[in-house]
Design a protein around this ligand. Structure first.
Ligand code: ATP
Ligand code: MG
Length: 732
C-alpha cells in the first residue's frame, strides 16, 4: 500500500514496494543505507538500540518507519539477533504492514504480530508443556454465554442488553478488573448501567459468566492474554524461556494499549527495559474499549532514562490534507488539544489537490458518486490498491460494494488479513500442489493456474454479489495474479515454482497484494496509507456515531475521523448523504466535525444512478426495516436480508444451519458447482434465521429466485422440517 518514497537525506536509495509483489525489489540491506533513509530525529530513535525509547508523534511522521528501520539497523549492524526481536501492534492489517516493511528492509526472522496473535502463539506452545493437552477452544462471541449466565441469574435481558453486557465484560477484563473490583471501578469510570443493570448485578453476571465458560471448557479473547500472563507469572521456567527468546520489544500504536496488554508486555520484559514504544495520543481510538493513552504519556515517568523523540514532519500527506487534519484537532475540546499540544503536523510533501466535500441525496447515490470518482482516479493512473473507502460501521459497506461491483471496479473487504489462513486459499494451494506434480508445462503459468482454480469454481469474471463470495473470489484472483507476476519475473517458471513461492510467502505471512480498492472501517485503517482516501457517511449519527454520548465519547469519534483523514497521501474526498435510502426522508445533517473545517459542500442531485437505486429499493420493499432482535432500524440491505442488525448476534439454530450447509455441500458436489452457486452463505443464514414454512415464505428471501425455488425449494423445506439427515460433507 505504500508508494516508493524518496527518503530524505539519502542518495538514490529507494525502498522496495510490496505492491510490486514478486518483482525485483531494491532493498536496504546494509546498516548505513538504513540510517540514511531517516531524518535526524528518526535516526536518533533508530540508533538507540538498547534501553527504553519513546517516540511521541503525529500521524504520518514516520513512527512506523523509524521503528522498522531501527530493527533493520539493529539486525544489519549485528546488534540484534532477529529471532530475539518482538514487534507488536494492534490490528492484523497493521501487523501485516510491519512485516511488509521489514521485508523491504531485508529483515527476516523478526516476529511482528498483534498482541493477541503473539500471546496465542505462546499459549499454544506453553499450555501443553505446563498444563497438558491442547489449549481450550476460543469463543468467537461472548453473547451466547452471557445470555446463559443471565438466565441462570433470572435476569430478563434482551439481545441488545446482552450485547452491551458482553462489551462491558470485555471492558472489565482488559482493565484487569474482577467481579470483586468491577463495581467500584465501573462507578468511578462512569460506566452507567450497562444493559440496564446496576453495577453490582453486572459484577454478579461477570462471575457467573466465568463459571459458565469454565464449565464449557472454553476461553474468550481476553483469556488468551490473561492466561499467558498467569503462566508467565506463576511459572519461573516459562518466564525464563519467554525472556530468553525475546530480548528487544517494539510496540507500535502504543496509545491504544490496554491495562491487560500492558501487563503482558511487562511480564515479557521482566526487569529489563529494552522496549521501544511509539504512538500518537491524537489517534487513540479504543479508549471506550478499555485502552488508554496514559501508558504512552506516562512512559517517560515510568522509565526516567527513556530517550524521548518527537517527530513533527509529515511525510505522508500533501499540505492540503495536513491542513485539514490540523484543523480538525485545533477544533478539539480542552483535554484533547492539550494532549495534541506540540504535535501539530508540518507537511513535507508537494502541494496536491484540495480535499472535497460532497453531499448526496442518499447512501446509494453517495456510493455511486464514490465509484464514479474512483473510476476517474483509475483512468488517471492511480492504482486500485492505492485507493481506500473508509466508513464508521461495517454496515455501511454494502451499498459501496454494490456500487463498485456495478462499476466493474475490483475491491476487497478483508484485505491482507490472514490471507494464508483462509480456507479457499489453503484449498487452492492444495489443488495447485497436486496439479504441479502432473504439470506438463505446455500452457502458460497463468493459464494453467486459472485452469486449476476453475476446478474450484473460480471464474475470471468477478461475481455480482459482494460479501464473503466476493472475498473468496478476490483471494483466488490474487493467486492468479501472482502466477502472472512470477511468469513475468522468471522465464520458464512452472507451477512447482509458484507452489514454492506460495510456501515461502505463507511461512513469512506475506500475502500477495490484491489489486483492488480497499473497503475498511476507520478502526481497521489505522497505521495504513493510500494515495486516495474516501471518507463516507460524515453525517451526525454516523460520525460521531449515535452511540457516542458525552464529551469524551465524541472526542474519540473526532480522533477516529483524524485517523481517517491522515490515511490520505494526496486525494481526499469527504461525503455524506441526506437520506439513507433513495426517496427516503432526508433527515440527516452534516457531521459537527465538518463545521468550519472545509468549504461549502458540492450538492449532488439524483443522477443516472437513481434508476438503479429505485429498482433495487423496489425489489427490497418487502424486507423488514427493523431488527427482529433489538427492534433498531436496519441500515443496510445485508441486514434487512436477515432481518437483524449487524451488531446483534445471529440467532439461528446452529444445528439447523449445519444441516443446511451439509445439504448445500451435497447438492453442490453432485452438480459439480461451488457451494455458493447453490445458495450464498448470506442466503443460508437468512433461511436458518427465518425458517420459512412454505415456498412462498422461502421465495420472499433475497437470493431465492424462481429458478432456485423450483430447483431447491422442496428440499430446503424438507431440511427445515428435519426430514433430511444432516450432511457429513463437512464444509469447514
Ligand atoms: P501513523 O501515525 O499513521 O501510523 P507513522 O508516523 O507511523 O504514521 P509512517 O507510516 O512511518 O508514519 O510514515 C508515513 C509515510 O511517510 C510513509 O510512506 C513513510 O515511508 C514516509 N516517510 C516517513 N519518514 C520519511 C523520511 N524520513 N523520508 C521519506 N519518507 C518518509
Ligand atoms: Mg504508523
Amino acid at each position: 500500500m505504500s508508494t516508493t518514497s524518496a527518503p530524505s537525506g539519502s542518495a538514490g536509495i529507494t525502498l522496495g514496494r510490496r505492491d510490486r509483489g514478486v518483482h525485483a525489489r531494491e532493498v536496504l540491506s546494509d546498516a548505513d543505507a538504513v540510517l540514511a533513509a531517516l531524518d535526524p530525529e528518526q535516526r536518533e530513535a533508530a540508533t538507540a538500540l538498547s534501553g527504553p525509547v519513546c517516540i511521541l508523534a503525529g500521524a504520518g511522521t514516520g513512527k512506523t518507519r523509524a521503528i522498522t528501520h531501527r530493527i533493520a539497523y539493529g539486525v544489519h549492524a549485528g546488534v540484534y539477533v532477529p529471532q530475539h526481536v518482538l514487534a507488536v501492534t494492534f490490528t492484523a492489517r497493521a501487523a501485516g504492514e510491519l512485516r511488509s516493511r521489514l521485508r523491504d528492509l531485508a529483515v527476516a526472522g523478526v516476529q511482528a504480530r498483534t498482541f493477541h496473535a503473539a500471546a496465542l502463539r505462546q499459549l499454544g506452545y506453553f499450555w501443553p508443556r505446563v498444563i497438558g493437552g491442547a489449549p481450550p477452544a476460543i469463543l468467537e462471541h461472548k453473547a451466547g454465554l452471557v445470555a446463559d449466565a443471565a438466565t441462570r441469574l433470572r435476569l430478563g435481558v434482551d439481545r441488545a442488553a446482552v450485547r452491551d453486557l458482553s462489551a462491558e465484560i470485555e471492558w472489565a477484563k482488559v482493565g484487569l478488573l474482577t467481579p470483586e473490583t468491577y463495581a467500584s471501578a465501573g462507578v468511578r469510570a462512569g460506566r452507567g448501567e450497562p444493559g440496564g443493570l446496576d453495577v453490582l448485578t453486572v459484577a454478579r453476571l461477570m462471575e457467573v459468566y466465568e463459571q459458565v465458560k469454565t464449565e464449557r471448557g472454553v476461553i474468550d479473547f481476553e483469556d488468551v492474554l490473561l492466561l499467558v500472563a498467569g503462566i508467565i507469572e506463576e511459572n519461573a521456567e516459562v518466564a525464563a524461556a519467554v525472556r530468553a527468546q525475546y530480548r528487544h520489544f517494539v510496540v507500535d500504536e502504543y496509545q491504544d494499549v490496554s491495562t491487560l496488554q500492558q501487563r503482558v508486555l511487562d511480564l515479557w520484559l521482566g526487569d529489563r527495559d529494552d522496549v521501544c514504544v511509539v504512538g500518537d495520543p491524537s489517534q487513540t481510538i479504543y479508549s471506550f474499549a478499555g485502552a488508554s493513552p496514559e501508558h504512552l504519556l506516562g512512559f517517560p515517568r515510568r522509565f526516567p532514562t527513556a530517550r524521548v523523540v518527537r517527530l513533527v514532519r509529515d511525510y505522508r500527506s500533501t499540505p492540503q490534507v495536513v491542513a485539514l487534519a490540523n484543523g480538525l484537532l485545533t477544533r478539539a475540546g480542552r483535554a484533547a488539544s492539550a494532549a495534541a499540544a506540540g504535535l501539530e503536523l508540518v507537511a513535507q510533501g508537494e502541494s496536491g489537490p484540495e480535499p472535497t466535500l460532497t453531499v448526496h441525496p442518499d447512501d446509494v447515490a453517495e456510493a455511486a458518486g464514490v465509484a464514479e470518482r474512483i473510476r476517474g482516479l483509475l483512468s488517471a493512473g492511480v492504482r486500485a490498491s492505492g485507493i481506500a473507502v473508509l466508513f464508521r460501521t461495517n454496515a455501511q459497506s454494502e451499498p459501496l460494494e454494490q456500487a463498485l461491483a456495478d462499476a466493474g471496479i475490483p475491491y476487497l473487504v478483508r484485505g491482507g488479513v490472514r490471507f494464508f489462513a483462509r480456507k479457499e486459499v489453503r484449498d487452492a494451494i492444495l489443488l495447485l500442489r497436486g496439479a504441479a506434480r502432473a504439470s506438463t508445462g505446455e500452457e502458460t503459468l497463468g493459464d494453467e493456474v486459472r485452469g486449476v482454480l476453475a476446478t474450484a469454481g473460480w471464474t475470471a469474471e468477478a461475481p455480482a454479489s459482494g460479501g464473503a463470495v466476493r472475498d473468496r473470489w478476490e483471494s483466488l484472483a490474487a493467486l492468479a495474479a501472482l502466477a502472472d507476476e512470477l511468469a513475468e519475473k522468471r522465464q520458464g517458471a512452472r507451477l512447482a515454482d509458484l507452489v514454492a513461492e506460495l510456501d515461502e510467502r505463507a511461512a513469512a505471512q506475506h500475502a500477495p497484494t490484491v489489486e483492488g480498492v480497499t473497503l475498511a472501517s476507520l478502526h481497521a485503517a489505522k497505521g495504513l496509507e493510500w494515495d486516495a482516501v474516501f471518507l463516507v457517511g460524515l453525517s451526525e449519527g454516523l460520525m460521531p456515531i449515535a452511540l457516542a454520548e458525552g464529551w469524551a465519547a465524541v472526542e474519540e469519534e473526532r480522533r477516529l475521523l483524524y485517523v481517517g483523514i491522515t490515511r490520505a497521501r494526496r486525494h481526499l474526498h469527504l461525503s455524506w448523504a441526506r437520506a439513507r435510502t433513495p426517496g427516503g426522508r432526508a433527515g440527516r445533517s452534516p457531521s459537527r466535525f465538518l463545521d468550519g473545517l472545509i468549504g461549502d459542500p458540492v450538492e449532488r442531485r439524483r443522477g443516472t444512478g437513481a434508476a438503479e437505486g429505485e429498482r433495487r429499493r423496489g425489489r427490497r420493499s418487502t424486507l423488514p426495516t427493523r431488527c427482529r432482535v433489538c427492534t433498531g432500524t436496519l441500515d443496510s440491505a445485508a441486514e434487512r436480508k436477515v432481518g437483524r442488525c449487524g451488531s446483534c448476534p445471529p440467532d439461528y439454530d446452529e444445528e439447523l444451519f449445519e444441516n443446511l450447509r451439509g445439504w448445500r455441500s451435497r447438492v453442490a458436489a453432485a452438480a459439480k458447482l461451488p457451494a455458493y452457486c447453490v445458495f450464498t452463505d448470506a442466503t443460508l443464514v437468512a433461511i436458518a434465521e427465518t425458517v420459512p414454512r412454505d415456498e412462498a415464505a422461502l421465495a420472499a428471501l433475497p437470493g431465492v429466485g424462481p429458478a432456485k425455488l423450483s430447483r431447491y425449494g422442496q428440499e430446503v423445506l424438507e431440511v427445515l422440517g428435519g426430514s433430511v439427515a444432516p450432511g457429513r460433507a463437512g464444509e469447514a
